[in-house]
Structures are given as structure tokens and as C-alpha cells.
Design a protein around this ligand. Structure first.
Ligand code: ZN
Ligand code: FE
Length: 258
């Protein structure tokens, strides 16, 4: 993971969120992805010596935008966030949506609208750096709960993320991977890549280490929410040959009740 022209500093926030500082060493510009909590972000800025230029919000939930006002006050940064839920983003300076780009010094992020978890959720893809921040849309071995959208919308959002190259490093907002793995194994126990990933996850968690980030290749190979075309998965949930979106919806429904 050393090829990126951007530096990412990852740190835990709240009970299971991750905070991320993203730094362009060429310009010195720095962004924080979401504001789950104030103190850990200020501490991370202090430790890195980086000066905050932007907050990049993925969606309006409190564990993602709750620290906006205080962080903005303390650092004087600008807030960039989702156009389609702009009224719910505290301190918003610039609203962005599908196809917009956000510059961080010499680097650019493309914005994807990825509705489903919330109606206006967005993701940021730094194409040249090969990294993406996907908030609560795609998790390691999981996907966000569908609070403000439909399974059709969520599946279409995940398909957008699947257009990113396989070696894209995917940073999600929560450490949910171990419980996601238990569910994933229940719907696709025949998947050997999943079985071995699940073992690695157990080892990482036993050692107190994060399982995030992952890569698109790994998610495509093991994440049941990206695998509704898997015949094994379809058969295991009694949806063999069903329309793909129906397979996805049933997988999400089963996870909600797991
Ligand atoms: Zn959320
Ligand atoms: Fe969240």
C-alpha cells in the first residue's frame, strides 16, 4: 500500500468508527473524512502536524457529521459534503454530487452518489492515488443498512463502486468486519477465499488490529453483498436463478435479522 501519493492516517473514534486524515505532501493540504468525534481528530492533527483544509462528509449521520461545527471552529477548514442531503450537513460550504471532483492539493477525488444507507450518501474516489472513502455504503464484508433508500438503489450504488479498479484500497467508516464475516460465512460457506479471509480477520482482531482498509478485489471475492451472482449464495438463500436485485435484497434482509 505504499504507491499512493496521498498519506492516510487512520485512527479509531467512538466505539467502532474510523477517522481518516488524508494528506497531500506536495501542497500540504489535508482533509478529514467525516467527523465522528472531535477530540480524536484534533489529537490526530496534533500528532501528524498536519493543518486541516477540508472536512469531506459522506453522509449526515451523527457519527459522520456530528463533529463538523467544532472542528470547523477550531481549524477554520471548509466543509464539503453531499448535495442531496445538504440541509442536514452542519457548516456545509460546498455541496457535491455525482460526477463532481474535489481537489486536495495535487490530487483529485471523483464523487459518486451512492444512495441507500441515506438518501444523499456520497463516496470519494481518489483515482490516481488508488484509494476510496465509502462511508457506510460498502463495509469490509458488508454493506450499510438501508435506512433511506430501496434495495434497488443500494445495489446500484454498490455496482458504481464496483467500477473502481480491483486494486483500489477501500476505506470504510466502521470496524464491523468480524460480525460481517460470521454472516458472510452463513450465506456462502463454500467460498474458500471467504473462509481464509475470515481466519485472518479473527487473527487481526485477536491482536487488536484493524481489518480496514481492504481492496475492491478482496471485496468482490468475499463480500456477499457484491456477490448476488454467486450460484452458491443464491442456492443457500433459496433464490437460485432469481433476479439479481432480489438476491441482493434477500441477502440484506437476512443480515438485518442475523
Ligand atoms: Zn451512517
Ligand atoms: Fe456510521
Amino acid at each position: 500500500m505504499g504507491r499512493s501519493p496521498l498519506q492516510v492516517h487512520q485512527f479509531p473514534c467512538l466505539s467502532d468508527n474510523y477517522g481518516y486524515l488524508v494528506h497531500d505532501p506536495v501542497s500540504g493540504e489535508t482533509a478529514v473524512i467525516d467527523t465522528p468525534d472531535v477530540a480524536p481528530i484534533l489529537k490526530a492533527l496534533d500528532e501528524t502536524g498536519w493543518q486541516l483544509t477540508y472536512i469531506l462528509n459522506t453522509h449526515h449521520h451523527f457519527d459522520h457529521a456530528g463533529g463538523n461545527q467544532k472542528i470547523k471552529e477550531k481549524t477554520g477548514c471548509k466543509v464539503i459534503g453531499p448535495k442531496n442531503e445538504a440541509a442536514k450537513i452542519p457548516g456545509l460550504d460546498r455541496a457535491v454530487g455525482d460526477g463532481d471532483t474535489v481537489a486536495l492539493g495535487s490530487q483529485r477525488a471523483m464523487v459518486f452518489d451512492v444512495p441507500g444507507h441515506t438518501a444523499g450518501h456520497i463516496a470519494y474516489w481518489f483515482e490516481e492515488a488508488g484509494i476510496a472513502f465509502v462511508g457506510d455504503t460498502l463495509f469490509a464484508l458488508g454493506c450499510g443498512r438501508i435506512f433511506e433508500g430501496t434495495p434497488e438503489q443500494m445495489w446500484s450504488s454498490l455496482q458504481k463502486l464496483m467500477t473502481m479498479p480491483d486494486d483500489t484500497i477501500v476505506y470504510c467508516a466502521h470496524e464491523y468486519t468480524q460480525s460481517n464475516a460470521a454472516f458472510a460465512l452463513s450465506v456462502e460457506p463454500q467460498n474458500e477465499a471467504l473462509v481464509s479471509r475470515s481466519r485472518q480477520i479473527d487473527e487481526l482482531r485477536a491482536a487488536g488490529k484493524p481489518t480496514v482498509p481492504s481492496t475492491m478485489a478482496l471485496e468482490k471475492a468475499t463480500n456477499p453483498f457484491l456477490r448476488p451472482t454467486s450460484k452458491d449464495l443464491q442456492a443457500n438463500i433459496n433464490k437460485l436463478g432469481a433476479p439479481i436485485v432480489e438476491v441482493f435484497a434477500e441477502t440484506r434482509r437476512l443480515k438485518d435479522n442475523f
